[in-house]
Design a protein around this ligand. Structure first.
Ligand SMILES: Nc1ncnc2c1ncn2[C@@H]1O[C@H](COP(=O)(O)OP(=O)(O)OP(=O)(O)O)[C@@H](O)[C@H]1O
Length: 327
């Protein structure tokens, strides 16, 4: 369903000389959703985000927000705001002045600026730091300031370029929950660029997987994970095997592969690796046709009948777990 502030990309293309960074992509981001643009380095996700923000001109195609073509509007007039990877705070301005900087540019008076900055700092739980300078803050705190600064413009769409990549793993998980809370509280669209599958699965209502300048697959997180359409998506999302059967190529989740006695399964093979990981055990099997298949078994299931390295085994699965892959 289309609503007022949906964002549409129409045949959006970016060329840098001969290089095609984004190749005619079409996508419809639902207003109020959390979308993750996911893909390997160089696939075109940051370029796409920068074009939406207005920091890069499209070579062809258009960006439509709320039914209006914003492709050629300056960044501040689009209804979007961007939070950068390195936060880009002004070192000589206090937290409060950093947050309200864009209001100053618009000629808003000092008292209103201070009040609005206070509201935004409250939203990101940073009220007590309003008078500090950026270098008196931790990385996670600087990030909250950068978020408040982007949100003060009341954007319809918040664009986040690898927002968690500079944080340590512990803080990354905490900030991830914060981003989700903020998005739900504000009800605006978040478009978050990441190359982390876990991050996208944890956050996104919709995952848009990019590869080689095009959108390879887009859909709800569970759908993209459970039913990858191409070999690339299956391998990139992880947790899947890609297997060649006489009927074609299929993806199957590693936790949907079961082990049987030798010659009793769909494929025969030999165990080449056993890794105990606590709650589960990961087995690697070299199967017929020189295919490597990974099976993830719950710990207690594996230890009912442990298969050592070198054991001949069969691999079986329920046909419903097989997802045909486009070539
Ligand atoms: N200013 C530029 N000039 C020339 N080529 C560029 C420029 N910016 C990006 N590219 C190229 O466009 C392609 C897409 O780059 P982009 O930064 O969008 O990828 P990405 O998916 O965001 O990668 P990463 O995760 O590494 O940031 C890459 O091949 C890159 O080298």
């Amino acid at each position: 369903m289309k609503t007022g502030q949906d964002l549409e990309l129409v045949s959006l293309t970016k060329r840098y000389g001969e290089a095609l960074a984004v190749d005619g992509i079409n996508h419809h981001f639902r207003a109020g959703s959390y979308a993750c643009l996911l893909g390997p380095s160089g696939c075109g996700k940051s370029t796409t985000l920068r074009m939406i923000a207005g920091h890069e001109d499209p070579t062809e195609g258009s960006i439509v927000l709320g039914g209006a073509d914003v492709s050629w509007l300056p960044p501040a007039r689009r209804g979007t705001a961007m939070m950068f990877q390195n936060y880009a705070l002004f070192p000589h301005l206090s937290v409060s002045d950093n947050v309200s900087f864009s209001l100053k540019m618009k000629g808003v008076d000092a008292a209103t600026r201070r009040t609005r900055a206070g509201e935004m700092l409250e939203l990101v739980h940073m009220s007590q730091f309003a008078d500090r300078l950026p270098d008196q803050l931790s990385g996670g705190q600087q990030q909250r300031v950068a978020l408040a600064r982007a949100l003060i413009t009341n954007p319809q769409v918040l664009l986040l370029d690898e927002p968690l990549s500079a944080l340590d793993p512990f803080l990354r998980i905490r900030m991830r929950a914060e981003l989700k809370r903020l998005q739900q509280e504000l009800g605006i669209t978040f478009i978050h660029v990441t190359h982390g599958q876990d991050e996208a699965l944890a956050l996104a209502d919709e995952i848009v997987v990019m590869n080689n300048a095009v959108i390879e697959q887009a859909g709800p997180a569970r759908e993209v994970f459970n039913a990858p359409r191409t070999e690339f998506v299956a391998r990139f999302m992880g947790g899947h095997n890609v297997i060649a059967l006489p009927q074609g190529h299929f993806a199957i989740r590693s936790d949907k592969v079961a082990l049987t006695e030798a010659a009793a399964g769909r494929l025969d093979g030999q165990v080449t690796g056993v890794e105990y990981q606590g709650a589960h055990v990961v087995l690697t099997v070299r199967a017929a046709g020189d295919q490597e298949v990974t099976a993830i078994l719950p710990e207690e299931k594996f230890f009912e009948n442990p298969m050592p390295q070198g054991a001949d085994v069969g691999l079986s699965w329920d046909d419903a777990a097989l997802h045909p892959l486009a070539v």
